[in-house]
Ligand binder design. Structure first.
Ligand SMILES: [Zn+2]
Length: 308
């Protein structure tokens, strides 16, 4: 194998509202990309990559391309699965297991949904206002001045700083009740079933040749967690997917998968749990010898941005 290109997708819809917290690729763009990729690459399926890393398969095509989809979104059943079926391609779908086990919405998506519903300015003011009043966290507004462009290249300055504060800086014991409280005021508890794949949809896709992977149980930043929390995120989420699908090998993808997230403690637990491979969000094409636990991916949104 000379090149392994792994595409990473999130939201795929028929259309996106402008100025909302939710961005992604349209189904039409995805289909165009698949046709385009097919001209230069040979699509491989999840089984090919799993067999390659478990040693059952010696070689991959010289220019191999694998499609991956993060977050277990309803979009993937509605828009992605029909396209993959049409082109007879299989992909890996990385699930957040709390979403279909407990019917809960992960904090990361509560933030997206709230931004979409309230608009960014109202959401920001609500979050920072509550932080100050209820959690005596006074530096929130000041934090918006910090430079977070490293973490969020495509967001404007204020949004990048807000995302960094919420995703990386605020302790979870403040973040989760803070966002949860605002979310519960704005959304019905049935939203999880509308927003994420249900068990039935997961099984239908699994039967149709798609492969489910783990994207942890709750989508937190793994390097911020202690040992028993990591067990829940990494070991338990794998067991839930094994039990649901009956599959033996479950691939893994790191939430917020930059190198600072997968420290040696995280990587050794991934290995110990016998995940065959793990995917990051480090941008790049994999060439030569690949470390199965730090596979690079390309976010096609980046490619579109570069062309703009
Ligand atoms: Zn994710």
């Amino acid at each position: 194998m000379k090149e392994l290109l792994v595409q990473m997708y999130h939201y795929v819809r028929d259309r996106f509202e402008t100025n909302s917290g939710i961005r992604g690729l349209t189904a039409e763009e995805l289909e165009q990309q698949i046709r385009h990729l097919g001209e230069g690459f040979e699509f491989i399926g999840p089984e090919d990559i799993i067999n390659y890393f478990t040693g059952e398969r010696r070689r991959l095509p010289d220019r191999a391309c694998l499609l991956t989809f993060d977050d277990g979104l309803k979009d993937h059943f509605k828009f992605v699965y029909p396209i993959l079926k049409k082109y007879r391609i299989s992909g890996i779908f990385f699930l957040i297991t709390e979403t279909f086990m407990e019917g809960s919405v992960s904090t990361v998506h509560k933030i997206h949904l709230l931004r979409e519903k309230l608009g960014t300015d109202e959401f920001t003011n609500l979050v920072l206002g509550n932080l100050k009043e209820k959690y005596s966290f006074k530096d929130g507004f000041k934090f918006l001045e910090t430079d977070a462009s490293d973490n969020y290249r495509w967001d404007d300055k204020k949004i990048a700083a807000l995302k960094k504060l919420l995703n990386y800086k605020l302790p979870y014991k403040i973040l989760e009740p803070l966002i949860g409280e605002i979310f519960n005021r704005c959304f019905d508890s049935s939203i999880a079933k509308e927003f994420y794949l249900t068990k039935e949809e997961i099984l239908e896709m699994d039967n149709g040749g798609m492969v489910m992977g783990s994207h942890t149980h709750t989508h937190r930043v793994l390097s911020r967690l202690n040992g028993s929390e990591l067990e829940g995120e990494i070991r338990d989420s794998k067991r839930y997917i094994e039990e649901l699908t009956g599959r033996r090998f479950i691939p893994f993808s790191f939430p917020y998968g930059k190198p600072e997230v997968y420290n040696s403690k995280v990587l050794s637990l991934i290995r110990e749990c016998s995940y065959p491979c793990a995917f990051t969000t480090v941008v790049g094409v994999n060439r030569g010898r690949i470390n199965p636990y730090t596979i690079k991916r390309i976010d096609p949104k980046d490619i579109y941005r570069d062309m703009e």
